[in-house]
Design a protein around this ligand. Structure first.
Ligand code: KG4
Ligand code: ZN
Length: 338
């Protein structure tokens, strides 16, 4: 049974994990760079790369110690090769490829979005291909049909901002610190979602694609004209969240009626959002779909999803093994196994 070390450095988390075919996820740890980027109001790519350099060895040593697995026990090392920030990816890729070469084992360049989607399958045997995946993160918003391991069809994506980005930028406009999405969601729980009449982007457009930049602009205008009180902030947060959730569910509902699948997997950082979860559960029930979400701590970027996806691809011979460092800042999910 293979043992795989996973390394994630695509953006602002330095993360590692060890997955073992026999005993499952043995350890995982995440070092978040949020405090580092907070004062700039967003991720500063050069600082992100430098912090990965500082923290990666520590994070890998931690997962080895916690799991009791030594480097010589490893069968392969999976790392995020893309999509993501080029410099940040280069740190993980260079480290993983060199270590694998030293140990005489394969390195597995792993697709970050494939990993977000597949982590929902960890310990959940009921999830079988084909299934629909809604990927909602800070950098991506996509609806994907996963037909088999390595076979993904992009059905829809955002034409502009990702959902997480829209959450973060709206939060920033209302004075919340980076990343802001979670804080906005928490304020929204105590606000009135009907208090602001915000647009439901794309809802009546043909096709399945999504868009959030117009909604973001509407939030900016509403906030600009408002009294900026705490109550207004809660109400605008709730109205924004309701618009995002409604827009997303309406597009997904259309997809569900037109593809052959009966399972929905929701992945990425915004999959932690309670309102989105509740509405997707209702939507799935209406369309006779089963719906699955990863554990909350595995929704945002983590090493477990890389170790697990690397493991699946390694044992199913669908891994692209390569001695050459792979860094693919733009890497469509349809080309994950290429
Ligand atoms: O998947 P992720 O860790 O990073 C990317 O690969 O992009 O997602 C991070 C995003 C951020 O935009 C963050 O604000 C958002 O997920 N997020 C949330 C919540 N928790 C995290 N957005 C809305 N509600 C939440 N509860
Ligand atoms: Zn991510």
């Amino acid at each position: 049974m293979a043992i795989v070390l996973g390394i994630e450095t695509s953006c602002d988390e330095t993360a590692a994990a060890i997955y073992c075919g026999e005993n499952g996820l043995l350890s995982h740890t995440i070092h978040s760079q949020i405090p580092l980027h907070k004062i700039y109001g967003g991720v500063v790519p050069e600082l992100a790369s430098r912090d990965h350099v500082n923290k990666l060895i520590e994070v890998v040593a931690e997962v080895c110690e916690e799991s009791g697995i030594g480097l010589s026990d490893l069968d392969a090392i999976a790392y995020t090769a893309g999509p993501g920030l080029a410099g940040a990816l280069m740190v993980g890729s260079g480290f993983a490829t060199s270590l694998a070469m030293t140990l005489g084992i394969p390195s597995l360049p792993t697709h970050h979005l494939e990993a977000h989607v597949l982590i929902a399958m960890l310990d959940v045997e009921k999830i079988k291909f084909p299934f629909l995946a809604l990927l909602v993160s800070g950098g991506h918003t996509q609806i994907i049909l996963a037909s088999a391991l390595g076979e993904y069809k992009l059905i829809a994506e955002t034409l502009d901002d990702a959902i997480g980005e829209a959450f973060d930028k709206s939060a920033k406009m209302m004075g919340m610190p980076y990343p802001g999405g979670r804080e906005l969601a928490s304020l929204a729980e105590d606000g009135d979602p009907k208090s602001f009449d915000l647009p439901r982007p794309m809802i009546n457009r043909p096709g399945y694609d999504l868009s959030f930049s117009g909604l973001k602009t509407a939030v900016f205008q509403a906030w600009d004209k408002s009294d900026k009180s705490d109550e207004t902030k809660r109400n605008l947060a709730a109205s924004f969240q309701a618009a995002v959730v409604e827009s997303c569910c309406s597009r997904l509902s259309k997809v569900m009626q037109n593809v052959t699948a009966d399972t929905l997997v929701v992945a990425g950082g915004v999959a932690a959002n309670k309102s989105l979860r509740d509405n997707l559960i209702s939507l799935a029930a209406t369309n006779s779909y089963d719906v699955y979400f990863p554990a909350i701590e595995l929704c945002t970027d983590n090493g477990a999803m890389i170790a697990y996806t690397g493991y699946l691809n390694y044992v199913n011979n669908s891994a692209v093994m390569s001695d050459v460092m792979q860094v693919k800042p733009r890497w469509p999910i349809e080309d994950a196994f290429n």
